[in-house]
Write a protein of this length. Sequence first.
Length: 119
Amino acid sequence: MRRLPALAIAALTAVTATGCGSSTEPSPTPSGPVKIAVRIDGAKILTDDARVEVKRGQRVEFDVTATGSGELHVHSDPAQAFYYKPGSSSFTTKALTVPGIIEVEEEDLHKTIVQLAVQ
Ligand SMILES: [Cu+2]
């Protein structure tokens, strides 16, 4: 498994440090979820990273801001699906325990949102 480019790690760190902005959670620990901000504007999907590193056993929190509603698919085994509505919503996956690349898709748009590199 290749290492992520330094830029991706820097961007991920920035996202993690910023969080969702509305909570007063304690500083993130290694066992806390990886946070990924996702913006869905019509058929356009915006995320900071194409691929995000996740430690084995870690969960992933998606903070979704969308103009419409839809379905976010995490192609883990078993697959996990989350429904979002217009506005802001967030979802946390179950712990991802199987190493490998997991695709996260917007099911209605048939677009990849991000890849999770579990290792
Ligand atoms: Cu899918």
